[in-house]
Write a protein that binds this ligand. Structure first.
Ligand SMILES: *Cc1c(COP(=O)(O)O)cnc(C)c1O
Length: 548
C-alpha cells in the first residue's frame, strides 16, 4: 500500500477540522458504539463484566503492530480493558474515595480532549484558561478566601496541591531555594493520619523525609495540638525553619479534621515569640473536606433540605472545622474526589496571589513561550503542558450542582453513613471506630459473639496486655472481609474495603479494620443495611473461637 492510501484512512480516524456532518455522525457513532459495548458489560454486579486474569507477563512483551487498525477494532479492544473494573457509582460499591463522575464533567473532559487546549498560556487555550480562573474564584468564595486576593492553579492531583503548598512555604522560610537549593534546616509538619504524599513531597522537594515531622493524632484522628506546639518550638529553638505545617481536613481513612483555627493561632504566637522574619506557611490538605464548605451557609436549625437529626449533627460537626479553611495560606481541593469529576481535577488555592511570585521563572528562561497574551500561569506552574480537562470538568460540576446540589448530594452521603453507623450500633458484635468523625467513611471492627464490645476497643487500643487479642481480632476482621468480598463478587452484598492500619494502638500495633466509603449518590438505606447483614453473616460463619 502506498503511503497516500494509508494517510487517507488515518485522516478518517481524526475528527474533521472542517465541518463535515457525515463524518461528525461517524465520530458520534464511534463514541456511542464504545458506550454500548461498555453498557453490555453491565450486570447486577458492582463490576463491569467479570474479573479476568491480568497477564502481566504477556503485557511486558507487547509490541507495536505492523499495520494500522480501524476505529472500530481499536474501540472494541480498548473497551475490553474495562472488564473487571469496579462501578464506583454502583449502590453496592462502598470501597474507597473514588467518585462516580457526572455527565457534564465527562462532556467537559471530552471537549477539552477534543480541542486540546493547553492552559499553560491563554494563547493556546483561550476561554478554557478563563474557565480555570472562574473555578479558582468560585472555590475561593466557597472556602471564604477574598476573591480579589486569592489565586490558584489546577495541578497533577491532590499530591500536586500539597507540593505547591509546601514549596511556597519553603521559599518563604528559606528564600531563594529555587536558585540555591534546599538548606538543611527546613522542616515540615504533618499528622500521622495525614496523607503519605507529605513524605513523597519532602523527599522530592529535597527537604528530606528525615525533616518531615510526623505528629501523633488524638483518638478523633486530629493532629495533637500540644505535641505540634512542642515540636514546632523545639525545631525553632534548634535553629530550624518551618517550611510548612500541613493541616489535614478530611483524613483519607477516617475524615479526621485538624483544628486549623488553633493551628493558625499557634503559628502566629510562634512568629511573635521567636521573632521570625517569615510566617510559617499553613497548607490545608482539604482534598476531601473542601466540599463540606457548601454547608457554611446552610441553616442547620431551619434545615430547609430536610435532613435527619443525626445528619444535621454530623454536618455541624464537620462545619465546625471546615468553616475555618480560609485561615490556611493555601488549600488543596480534589474535584475528582468529593466533586464527582473524573481524574485528574485538582486545584491548589493560595490565599495571597503574590505568594505565587515566589516560584515564578524569568521570561528569558522560556524563550519559546509566553511572548504575549494576558494570562500566563505557565510562568510559575510546575507543569509545562497543562490539560483543560480538570478545570472544565470542575466548572461543569460546580455549575451542575450549585450550592444546593452539593448540599443535597453530600448530605445524602452523610445521611447514609449515619444510617450505616446506626445499624452497626444496633449489633452487639460491631464497633464503629471513627464515631466522632463526620464524613462519609466509616471504619469499623467486628468481633466474635463472646466478646464484650463495650470494653474491647479501649482495652485493645490502650492496654498492651491485650496485644494478642488485638492481633487475633485483626485476623478475624480480615476473614470477615474476605467473606464479604467474595459474596459481593457473586452478586450478594456490598463491596467494602479493608484497611491494614486504621491507626496504631497506644503500644504501636496496627489496627486492622473494615471500611465503608460511601461516595455514590445511588446508595440507599437498603444498601447500608446489606453491609451490616453481610458482615454479621460472615461473623456467624467464621464462628466463635475460630482459629484466627
Ligand atoms: C487522596 C488524598 C491525597 C492525594 O491526592 P491524589 O489526588 O490522589 O494525588 C492527599 N491527601 C488526602 C487527605 C487524600 O485523601
Amino acid at each position: 500500500m502506498m503511503y497516500r492510501d494509508i494517510l487517507k484512512r488515518i485522516r478518517l480516524a481524526f475528527p474533521q477540522p472542517m465541518s463535515d456532518p457525515i463524518h461528525d455522525s461517524y465520530f458520534v457513532h464511534s463514541i456511542m458504539r464504545a458506550l454500548d459495548q461498555v453498557d453490555a458489560l453491565k450486570t447486577e454486579l458492582p463490576i463491569l463484566g467479570n474479573v479476568v486474569f491480568s497477564d502481566y507477563e504477556k503485557a511486558r512483551q507487547a509490541t507495536l503492530p505492523d499495520a494500522m487498525s480501524s476505529v472500530e477494532d481499536v474501540t472494541a479492544e480498548i473497551v475490553s480493558y474495562l472488564r473487571g473494573m469496579p462501578i464506583f457509582g454502583h449502590p453496592r460499591t462502598q470501597q474507597n474515595v473514588i467518585a462516580p463522575t457526572t455527565i457534564p464533567s465527562l462532556v467537559g473532559v471530552l471537549l477539552a480532549s477534543l480541542h486540546n487546549p493547553n492552559i499553560a498560556w491563554d494563547e493556546y487555550s483561550r476561554l478554557v484558561a478563563l474557565a480555570e480562573v472562574e473555578v479558582v474564584a468560585i472555590a475561593s468564595k466557597m472556602v471564604g478566601y477574598d476573591q480579589a486576593q486569592s489565586s490558584g492553579v489546577f495541578t497533577f492531583g491532590g499530591t500536586g496541591t500539597t507540593l505547591y503548598g509546601v514549596k511556597l512555604g519553603l521559599e518563604k522560610a528559606c528564600p531563594h531555594t529555587i536558585q540555591k537549593g534546599v538548606p538543611e534546616e527546613a522542616v515540615v509538619f504533618v499528622s500521622d493520619a495525614g496523607h503519605y504524599c507529605a513524605a513523597n513531597i519532602a523527599g522530592w522537594l529535597g527537604i528530606g523525609t528525615d525533616n518531615l515531622v510526623v505528629i501523633p493524632t488524638t483518638h478523633d484522628n486530629e493532629i495533637n495540638l500540644e505535641l505540634l506546639n512542642q515540636s514546632a518550638r523545639e525545631a525553632l529553638a534548634n535553629g530550624k525553619k518551618i517550611a510548612a505545617i500541613i493541616a489535614t481536613l478530611g483524613t483519607t481513612d477516617a475524615f479526621g479534621l485538624d483544628d486549623l483555627e488553633e493551628i493558625a493561632k499557634m503559628r502566629d504566637a510562634l512568629v511573635e515569640e521567636f521573632e521570625l522574619e517569615y510566617r510559617p506557611h499553613i497548607h490545608a490538605d482539604a482534598v476531601i473536606g473542601w466540599a463540606w464548605s457548601a454547608f457554611n451557609d446552610y441553616s442547620l436549625e431551619g434545615n430547609p433540605l430536610g435532613f435527619r437529626p443525626r445528619t444535621i449533627r454530623a454536618l455541624a460537626g464537620a462545619r465546625r472545622r471546615i468553616q475555618h479553611l480560609s485561615l490556611a495560606d493555601s488549600i488543596g481541593i480534589d474535584f475528582h474526589k468529593t466533586g464527582f469529576a473524573p481524574y485528574i481535577s485538582s486545584l491548589v488555592l493560595v490565599k495571597d496571589q503574590t505568594d505565587l511570585d515566589l516560584v515564578k521563572r524569568r521570561p528569558e528562561q522560556m524563550p519559546y513561550l509566553y511572548h504575549f497574551g494576558e494570562h500566563r500561569p505557565g510562568m510559575f506552574t510546575l507543569e509545562t503542558s497543562r490539560a483543560g480537562t480538570g478545570p472544565l470538568a470542575a466548572l461543569a460540576n460546580l455549575r451542575l450542582f450549585g450550592e444546593q446540589g452539593l448540599q443535597a448530594t453530600l448530605g445524602h452521603l452523610v445521611e447514609m453513613t449515619q444510617l450505616l453507623r446506626e445499624h452497626l450500633g444496633g449489633r452487639s458484635g460491631a464497633t464503629t471506630l471513627n464515631r466522632d468523625n463526620f464524613g462519609t467513611v466509616t471504619v469499623f471492627r467486628v468481633y466474635p459473639e463472646e466478646v464484650d464490645t463495650f470494653a474491647i476497643m479501649r482495652q485493645e487500643f490502650e492496654d498492651p496486655a491485650y496485644r494478642d487479642s488485638l492481633i487475633a481480632h485483626n485476623a478475624y476482621n480480615r476473614k470477615v472481609f474476605d467473606y464479604v468480598h467474595s459474596e459481593a463478587m457473586e452478586g450478594r452484598g456490598v463491596v467494602i474495603s479493608l484497611t491494614d492500619c486504621y491507626r496504631r494502638t497506644d503500644y504501636g500495633e496496627p489496627i486492622v479494620a473494615l471500611k465503608s466509603f460511601i461516595l455514590s449518590p445511588f446508595v440507599d438505606e437498603a444498601d447500608v443495611k446489606t453491609v451490616v447483614d453481610k458482615v454479621m453473616e460472615a461473623s456467624g460463619k467464621i464462628g466463635p473461637g475460630a482459629d484466627c
